[in-house]
Design a protein around this ligand. Structure first.
Ligand SMILES: [Zn+2]
Ligand SMILES: [Zn+2]
Length: 85
């Protein structure tokens, strides 16, 4: 979810990050075109999700959602939410 109280993560830009991926609309458009330097890790392609990619451009969570039954790259890490007590 874009958080309007946080400014665009592009250095020097103070516009609200309402464009997506933590950028303002303008920088997000540039990011989508590959005009911005790549992030430290590729983030999930699902809008609003910034988790690292595990497979098919998606994070583990979205990969599981979009490709049920398939295995992403074997990381050995399956984030399991702790059961509420
Ligand atoms: Zn910006
Ligand atoms: Zn995701």
């Amino acid at each position: 979810m874009p958080n309007p109280s946080v400014s665009c993560k592009h250095e020097g830009c103070e516009k609200p990050s309402d464009g997506g991926k933590g950028y303002c609309a303008r920088h997000y458009a540039a990011w989508k075109r590959g005009r911005l330097p790549k992030a430290r890790y590729k983030s999930c392609r699902i809008e609003g999700c910034r988790k690292p990619v595990t497979g098919r451009g998606r994070c583990a969570e979205h990969f599981a959602r979009d490709y049920p039954g398939k295995q992403a790259a074997a990381t050995g890490e399956t984030p399991t939410p702790a059961p509420a007590t």
